[in-house]
Design a protein around this ligand. Structure first.
Ligand code: ZN
Length: 303
């Protein structure tokens, strides 16, 4: 990494130790930020604009172009007592430099994915600190619905419209103690907790919902996907080659805890029914029937 780039990162709140620990690099045109997935493998880079590039080229690019990922799985792995959800890779690293465990979505304020929620819900204290603008507030409300125990941190007005964590620490010169005080003042949004909407055809009646609930209770998603894909245990998840896109390295991850799957390559994901629908090209009702064929035979009679 050229000295001027390192100096730029230092000036925006990233000391050398953080730059090196997170393997920030330089492509010759952009600053590269490797984003490890839940298993520690890096298949995604965020690419920040050269500070001297005055063109209209975007401030941040993703390579390869992909869906949003969570930046900070290794933070969650350490089972911290507290974590801050912030907006942007640099903000996450600025928080870490100040001594705060933090994670972010690589896709902006509005792309917090429901399948991440269970991993955050187990952390005693979750604080949301997105940018001080309309999108940030919308994102905070969205995350609050998915992680109902999370509290929302309000940055002081002096960060200005669109101000963020970096503005707070770097441009306003605030300290970790100042941020600690903001965290203490954080409060839960008074939103009615809303269930994550489940996409279902509108004609599906409650009888069908009961069948879905029963089948999903009795059949493990890893057993169903394991029928089609060779899965390897990887920490608390399983991993295999995605059947929905061509790939060399397995990027399909099955989450037994939430009974969901997600492909970090093509973005395909959802519950066991979503998997069967996509894999076998089935309607919702056909996928439910296919799922029920995995039930033990006595339960199948009852179904
Ligand atoms: Zn895929």
């Amino acid at each position: 990494m050229p000295e001027r780039i390192r100096a730029y990162l230092n000036a925006r709140g990233l000391p050398d130790a953080v730059i090196d620990r997170h393997l920030l690099g330089w492509t010759g045109k952009r600053i590269s930020i490797p984003i490890p997935d839940a298993t520690g493998k890096i298949s995604l880079f965020k690419l920040a604009k050269d500070p001297e590039d005055e063109s209209t080229s975007p401030k941040m690019l993703a390579s390869p172009r992909s869906h949003a990922a969570l930046y900070g799985w290794e933070v969650l792995e350490k089972e911290p007592d507290r974590v801050v959800i912030c907006e942007g890779e640099f903000d996450r690293l600025v928080l870490e430099a100040q001594g705060f465990s933090a994670v972010t979505s690589t896709g902006g304020a509005l792309t917090f994915r429901p399948e991440w929620a269970p991993f955050l819900a187990v952390i005693p204290e979750v604080l949301i600190c997105l940018d001080n603008d309309a999108v940030g507030r919308l994102g905070s409300a969205r995350i609050s619905r998915l992680v109902p125990t999370a509290k929302v941190v309000t940055l002081p007005e002096e960060v200005g419209e669109g101000g963020d964590v970096t503005d707070f620490f770097v441009w306003l010169g605030k300290t970790a103690e100042d941020f600690e005080r903001l965290l203490e003042e954080a409060s839960e949004l008074s939103l009615p907790p809303k269930q994550i909407p489940v996409r279902r055809p509108p004609s599906i009646e409650s009888e069908l919902q009961d069948r879905v609930a029963r089948a999903k209770r009795s059949v493990r998603i890893e057993d169903v996907i394991g029928r089609y894909v060779e899965l390897q245990v990887s920490g608390s998840t399983l991993r295999g080659a995605c059947p929905f896109h061509n790939e060399e390295h397995p990027s399909l991850v099955v989450f037994p805890a939430t009974q969901t799957f997600h492909c970090f390559g093509c973005g395909e994901g959802g519950d066991v029914i979503a998997f069967l629908r996509r894999k076998l090209q089935l309607s919702f009702a056909q996928a439910l029937e296919a799922l029920e064929r995995f039930l033990p035979s006595d339960e199948r009679e009852a179904a």
